[in-house]
Design a protein around this ligand. Structure first.
Ligand SMILES: NC(=O)c1ccc[n+]([C@@H]2O[C@H](COP(=O)([O-])OP(=O)(O)OC[C@H]3O[C@@H](n4cnc5c(N)ncnc54)[C@H](O)[C@@H]3O)[C@@H](O)[C@H]2O)c1
Length: 316
């Protein structure tokens, strides 16, 4: 099986490339990435074919997709604050980029397209847990680009019969997720702070909750979806209903790193939703064999990656 990963030099993409490279049914992995947030070093040791370039370059996409069986489309500018600063850039990369990927997949001969959407599409809808039947209420340009991603997948399925599967990722964490940039996620930022003896910065009182999913679990689901060629035009939540407050996360991080954490509270961010938790009914029905890696185990693997004692690829 020949698989293309767009955004494969990024956090989730490079972990997926590592998981697929170890799979006997996968004969070839191609990565296309413009290295805007990803790093070539993430995949250098995996024996994948790397194409440096943008998913909006259709001639390059034609070349990369030729003869492939499936595409896992992860390339995107992934941050909400970034989309507030430059909505057009997010739109071009995430919405227009997805359209280019779908159209190339169609021309290349109906490749199976699995794509990453985001829990941010639920936005202002207060209902918990978040089930896929809820009305989306995006609150940021980023969330709109992810809703457009899902809608384009559905449209290409219904208009052209393209086999698609949109997933809504929640808070994915694990080895390879970096802390050294302005839009770093909470887990890498806090592990880095704890290990360096700096205080962890908590926006608000820390009682907000998130549904954290270990990247190895995400890669397990994506691999099964590829190998079983799961086709589903409606989005599927890719999270297991974990409901952890940020204050509890600090306690778990102390256990995972073996270090004490100092907390510093600052004002809440307006773009943050108070609670995010997936209804995982559909995910569990389609992937009954996937058991999520427990958060304690995932945090230990992540902390040890930060301490430099692993190769940077997640266990599944
Ligand atoms: N990490 C999470 O918690 C999370 C949550 C919800 C959704 N997602 C989605 O999952 C996907 C992967 O996220 P990630 O955390 O690995 O982010 P990441 O930034 O590490 O990876 C994204 C990759 O896409 C590449 N890229 C960006 N624009 C591109 C373009 N125009 N052409 C080619 N390559 C491009 C980047 O260089 C990077 O390597 C994204 O679509 C993101 O929106 C992630």
């Amino acid at each position: 099986m020949k698989i293309v990963i767009t955004g494969g030099a990024g956090f989730i993409g490079s972990n997926l490339a590592g998981a697929l490279a170890a799979h006997h049914q996968v004969t070839e992995i191609r990565v296309i990435d413009n290295l805007s947030t990803g790093h070539k070093a993430n995949i250098a040791h995996l024996g994948v074919e790397f194409f440096e370039g943008d998913i909006q370059d259709t001639a390059l996409l034609d070349q990369v997709f030729r003869g492939a069986d499936a595409v896992v489309h992860l390339a995107a500018l992934p941050s909400v604050p970034r989309s507030l600063r430059d909505p057009m850039a997010s739109h071009h990369a995430n919405a227009t980029g997805t359209l280019q990927v779908l159209d190339t997949a169609r021309r290349a001969g109906d490749l199976h397209v699995i794509a990453a959407s985001s829990s941010s599409v639920y936005g202002a809808n207060p209902h918990l847990p978040k089930h896929e039947g809820l009305t989306p209420a995006p609150m940021s340009p980023y969330a709109v680009t992810k809703l457009a991603t899902e809608a384009y997948l559905s449209a290409y399925h219904h208009s052209f019969g393209l086999p698609v599967l949109p997933f809504r990722f929640f808070n994915v964490y694990g080895p390879g997720q970096r802390a050294d940039h302005a839009h770093a996620a909470v887990i890498p930022k806090w592990i880095d702070a704890v290990l360096a003896g700096r205080p962890v910065i908590v926006f608000g009182d820390g009682t907000q909750t998130r549904d954290f999913t270990y990247v190895g679990t995400v890669c397990h689901v994506l691999t099964e979806a590829l190998l079983r060629r799961i086709v589903e035009p409606h989005p599927v939540n890719l999270a297991f209903g974990t409901c952890m407050s940020l204050l509890d996360l600090i306690t778990e991080l102390e256990a995972a790193t073996g270090r004490g954490a100092r907390r510093k509270h600052t004002a809440s961010r307006t773009s943050d939703v108070p609670h995010s938790q997936a209804d995982s009914t559909r995910l569990r029905a389609v992937f009954p064999n996937v058991t999520p890696v427990p958060i304690q185990e995932g945090l230990r693997a992540t902390a040890s990656w930060f301490q430099g004692s692993t190769t940077g690829n997640a266990v599944t």
